[in-house]
Design a protein around this ligand. Structure first.
Ligand SMILES: *Cc1c(COP(=O)(O)O)cnc(C)c1O
Length: 360
């Protein structure tokens, strides 16, 4: 068996320990004679799996009691619609547009009401986070929406916007569980799990209870109503059982690693190795304003598209996979999520140094 260093933005690297455990339990999950993939979602076995997963993420994120944790299908993109459907009481919401995912959410919201662009960093190819300390926020705004970590452009909000008392909704797909957050500052915080938490096919939405009501936009599908899912403890219909099981294992792995404070320290150390090199390199450079750099997604370029392509090809041959930048941006991107070991980043930097020496 040989594993590569996988820098994919998502689906992405998972902890080896978790994969091994899942492999061991594949044929016979804890003496029940079947795989988790084969068992009823109404069984006692699965009930324990989903309840433990919920408790573990509550412990990790210190989620207050007045928030529900929902395990939902449809990915993060489905939430682009579910959020306005559930939250747009005045049919007016404000969006901070910091990249492609924020833009998609913004455009989707326009299908359901008035969506206002509160700020944007489109003028400089989303290479920074706009100042959100004094946004022009209308009184009747239902919520302020951000994409907290921009997977494609590699920026991250280091301070949350001043919403002037309005509810804050955040897509944290690509920084989920990478560091502690104060859940009480958000009305809804959600993320697709395939970036930093588990296999594709699920989004976890953490929703403040007072927002979970029958007062949703007319025509909201039953499945997209938070109340449907909350009332049924995420078991309204068959949930993505196997994904929930793997996420549960990742939560336990995170607890064992020391929780989110420890993860943050680990991620900072890891990102610093790469950013320090990018800052001193004569060939490679980072594309993001320093103070807005993500700990999870690190885009960089040589400034020469042919050389970028050569780098990606040679890196792949050397066992560093998925370093090609997003198709809309070009260049390179290293996604260094929780499960990427420090050694993976150290070896990548070593390889980049060698490539630089050979190509300048
Ligand atoms: C990947 C990603 C999405 C889209 O996720 P899907 O699960 O594919 O819908 C949305 N937002 C962010 C920040 C992402 O990184």
């Amino acid at each position: 068996m040989s594993r590569v260093y996988n820098f994919s933005a998502g689906p992405a690297v998972l902890p080896e320990e978790v994969l091994k455990e899942a492999a061991e339990e594949m044929m016979d999950y804890r003496g029940c004679g079947m795989s988790v993939m084969e068992m009823s979602h109404r069984s006692k076995m699965f009930d324990t799996i989903i309840k433990e997963a919920e408790q573990d993420i509550r412990d990790l994120m210190n989620i207050p009691d007045n928030y529900k944790v929902l395990f939902l299908q449809g990915g993060a993109s489905q939430q682009f619609a579910a959020i306005p459907m559930n939250l747009m009481k005045n049919k007016k919401a404000g969006y901070v547009v910091t990249g492609q995912w924020a833009k998609k959410a913004f455009q989707e919201a326009k299908l359901y009401g008035e969506a206002i662009e509160l700020a944007s960093s489109a003028d400089e190819t989303f290479s920074y986070i706009p100042d959100c300390s004094d946004l022009d926020i209308p009184d009747d705004l239902d919520y302020v929406y951000i994409c907290e970590n921009n997977t494609i452009y590699g920026t991250k909000f280091k301070t949350l916007p001043n919403t002037k008392g309005k509810d804050l909704v955040a897509d944290v797909s690509s920084c989920f569980l990478s560091e502690p957050i104060d859940v009480s500052k958000y009305a809804v915080v959600y993320g697709g799990v395939q970036k930093n938490v588990g296999p594709a096919g699920m989004v976890i939405a953490i929703v403040r209870e007072d927002l979970i009501t029958d007062d949703v936009l007319p025509g909201t599908p039953t499945m997209l109503k938070y109340k449907t899912q909350a009332d049924a403890d995420s078991l309204y219909n068959t949930p993505p059982c196997y994904t929930i099981y793997i996420c549960g294992k990742v939560f336990k792995w995170l607890k064992k690693m020391g929780g989110l404070e420890a993860m943050k320290a680990h991620n900072e150390k890891k990102a610093k190795i790469l950013y320090d090199f990018l800052d001193e390199s004569k060939l490679f450079k980072g594309t993001v304003r320093k103070e807005d750099r993500s700990l999870m997604n690190v885009p960089f370029v040589t400034g020469d598209a042919d050389l970028d392509a050569k780098f990606v090809a040679e890196a792949k041959a050397a066992g560093f996979e998925n370093l090609k930048g997003h198709r809309t941006v070009g260049g390179m991107r290293a996604s260094i999520y929780n499960a990427m070991p420090i050694e993976g980043v150290e070896k990548l930097v070593e390889f980049m140094k060698k490539f630089e020496a050979e190509n300048s």
